[in-house]
Ligand binder design. Structure first.
Ligand SMILES: Nc1ncnc2c1ncn2[C@@H]1O[C@H](COP(=O)(O)OP(=O)(O)OP(=O)(O)O)[C@@H](O)[C@H]1O
Length: 652
């Protein structure tokens, strides 16, 4: 099985703790994303029938808008019928004027003519009436179109996107481990729109089709039952074709969405990794990779297009075939005097043409329905995902946590098989500073991620002030924890807003105080706009050390009881490291602090240091104690300070 490696966010390089494209640092979680949904969910049913029912339910939320749109559409259908009937009447009237013996002429809709009008004037009057109804129909059509667009875009798409986004914010890290960012971006953007298509491009047109069928058919039957039956002889064939088509294209649309995920992922990686790509001169390779996926997407879309293109004209041909039947059989009825020419055959042919246009649209409807079912499945998969990490119904929200932290025989595995942490036990008293050191992949970051409950232990428990973390309210717990990472994501906003990210209502004085404690004020005030300086996307116009200090200020502002520092000096030079360590010294005063670092210079001042090796604590003690023992810690000091520097290493 493929091994999942510790990942960095594509967008911010924050090690595993970032929700990929959402760049969801744990700071966001401080109190604001409590879980509310139950995790006891049966395996969801994503069959076409089940999806259709759920979509129907979703659209049901907008039933009053639907009703208004349908009423307007009903008006359009009736006006079409009226205009056709008037045209038929005009033809019969002309026929009657030429041949007064023709017996089939009736006044329009049985309204008696105004007396004394010449035949020409009557034709003009009928034409004016037809024009008036045509204008009314155009206006109603426009109204219906606008109502449909507004309900789809403003209400359905926007609401659905927010729901999917909101759910993603509350899902656990395991979900983000398992889903590539390209797929997630597509689910929020394209797939949400695809679901809305069910409303504006499937459901409403289908109801209009049924409405038209009802109204037109009723009138056609009123004109001639036998002609209606004959002209509908091809309907079963159309039905069979549509069902077959659905079966053929459905898997194609699934594949299409997957390819689009790949395309978005490649694109987002290329944007985020632009520096690496240029640095390693890999532009050509990346271009080729993007080109290959782009070609794959477009040739697959072509395949779908070909299938759709074959289906649509066949349906159109079959529906046009009906016209031939009408002309032959209907013509015979007219010759036999069983059907008037204008108000009978011509109106019938006009109605059948309208009906055929609608029926031909079945191909599009079936095509769009398939796309929207695929999108719906992908959206519902996110919405249905149980929340793995969430607060219990009666979770505790202690006002004051002292910060006594305890790991009790904790084991943890990402995949349920290989344990990344085994039997970890340690304690941190309130205000103590505990360090963790260990080789790459030894489990340090994993251990840290159990404290804000990004994951829950597979065995054992983590306690704060004696409470099992799983008994505490998630929001309350995370609000008491400050985090600083090796690489920290900063938002494209002002420096002040970035510092106040976890507590947006914080006063300027508080923000300034946090910046001072993090030794960030000097460089901030030297910037042209000071605290109001807008940081470029992902803070690119700041140095690594400056970004780190803003992140420390962001953590301090929360006044956390527990401060978690995940290798905060790993990517800075020795001089900046010293400045950052000084800032952290101030920041951690009086708080329980867990510091991960492989730099002895950073970790040596900790009250207690644990050495991790392949998920186990293999050594514990103070710096002096560990240096005097044979073991990994001493090897680390020798590598970093040299074999002969034992004396130097022991000194702070
Ligand atoms: N999201 C994840 N899914 C699956 N496995 C993971 C994940 N994150 C880390 N691992 C695995 O867990 C193990 C411990 O990783 P972890 O990142 O905790 O180590 P670390 O000691 O912090 O390493 P480093 O010093 O490089 O930061 C590694 O084998 C890693 O492959």
């Amino acid at each position: 099985m493929e091994r999942i490696l510790p990942r960095s966010c594509l967008f911010c390089n924050t090690k595993i703790y970032c929700f990929n494209f959402l760049c969801f640092t744990p700071m966001i979680k401080g109190g604001s994303i409590m879980s509310t949904e139950s995790s006891t969910v049966q395996a969801p049913d994503y069959s076409t029938g089940a999806l259709a029912r759920r979509l129907w339910g979703l659209v049901g939320e907008y039933r009053s808008d639907c009703l208004k749109i349908l009423l307007v559409q009903l008006g359009v259908v009736i006006l079409t019928l009226v205009a056709l009937a008037l045209t038929g009447t005009a033809i019969d009237f002309l026929h009657h004027s030429i041949d007064p013996a023709s017996s089939n002429f009736r006044e329009p809709f049985y309204f008696p003519w105004l007396p004394g009008h010449s035949p020409m004037l009557r034709i003009v009057e009928l034409s004016a009436l037809i024009l008036f109804f045509a204008l009314l129909r155009t206006w109603l059509n426009y109204k219906a179109f606008m109502m449909l667009a507004v309900t789809t875009e403003k209400d359905i798409v926007a609401t659905l996107r927010s729901r999917v986004y909101d759910k993603m914010q509350r899902l656990s890290f395991r979900f983000f481990d398992a889903n590539a960012s390209g797929s997630l971006i597509n689910r929020v953007t394209g797939d949400s729109r695809g679901v809305a298509m069910f409303f504006n491009a499937v459901l409403i047109p289908a109801i209009i089709l049924i409405l038209s069928l009802g109204v037109y058919l009723a009138y056609m039957i009123h004109l001639s039952l036998s002609l209606t039956l004959v002209s509908l002889a091809t309907t079963p064939l159309l039905w069979w074709l549509t069902t077959r088509f659905s079966k053929v294209v459905q898997p194609e649309y699934t594949r299409n969405r997957e390819l689009m995920d790949k395309l978005v992922l490649t694109l987002s990686e290329s944007v985020q990794g632009a520096q690496v790509i240029k640095g390693f001169s890999r532009q050509k390779d990346r271009k080729a990779k993007f080109g290959a996926i782009n070609d794959e997407v477009s040739s697959h879309q072509n395949e779908i297009f070909e299938k759709v293109s074959r289906f649509t004209p066949i349906v159109e041909f079959i529906t046009q075939f009906n016209i031939i039947i009408v002309l032959s059989y209907g013509g015979w009825l007219v010759i036999e005097g069983k059907l008037p020419l204008g108000a009978g055959l011509i109106v019938f042919a006009g109605l059948l043409q309208q009906l055929s246009n609608q029926v031909a649209n079945i191909a599009n409807l079936a095509n769009t329905a398939q796309q929207s079912f695929i999108c719906a499945k992908r959206v519902f998969e996110v919405l249905d995902k149980p929340l793995e990490i969430q607060s219990k119904p009666n979770a505790l929200s202690p006002h004051d946590l002292r910060g006594e932290l305890e790991f009790q025989t904790v084991s943890f595995s990402y995949d349920g098989d290989d344990a990344e942490l085994e039997n970890i036990s340690f304690k941190a008293s309130p205000g103590q500073k505990i360090g963790f050191i260990g080789a790459t992949g030894s489990g340090k970051s994993t251990l840290l991620s159990l404290i804000p409950r990004f994951y829950d232990p597979s065995q054992g428990c983590v306690r704060i002030d004696g409470h099992d973390l799983r008994d505490l309210d998630l929001g309350a717990l995370r609000a008491r924890i400050g985090l600083v990472f090796q690489e920290n994501f900063l938002f494209s906003n002002t420096i002040a807003a970035n510092i106040a990210f976890g507590h947006p209502e914080a006063s300027f004085e508080k923000i300034q105080r946090a910046a001072q404690l993090a030794s960030a004020e000097e460089f901030i005030t030297s910037l042209p706009d000071g605290y109001n300086t807008i940081i470029g996307e992902d803070g690119v116009n700041l140095s690594g050390g400056q970004r780190q200090r803003i992140s420390i200020a962001r953590a301090i502002l929360l006044e956390p009881t527990i401060l978690l520092l995940d290798d905060p000096t790993a990517s800075v030079d020795a001089e900046t490291e010293k400045d950052i360590l000084d800032s952290l010294e101030t920041a951690s005063a009086g708080r329980t602090t867990i510091l991960i670092s492989n730099r002895i210079s950073a970790i040596r001042k900790c009250d207690r240091i644990h050495v991790l090796d392949r998920g186990r604590i293999v050594q514990s003690g103070t710096h002096e104690e560990l240096v005097s023992q044979n073991g990994i810690y001493r090897t680390f000091t020798h590598i970093q300070y040299g074999e002969s520097s034992r004396q130097e290493v022991s000194e702070p």
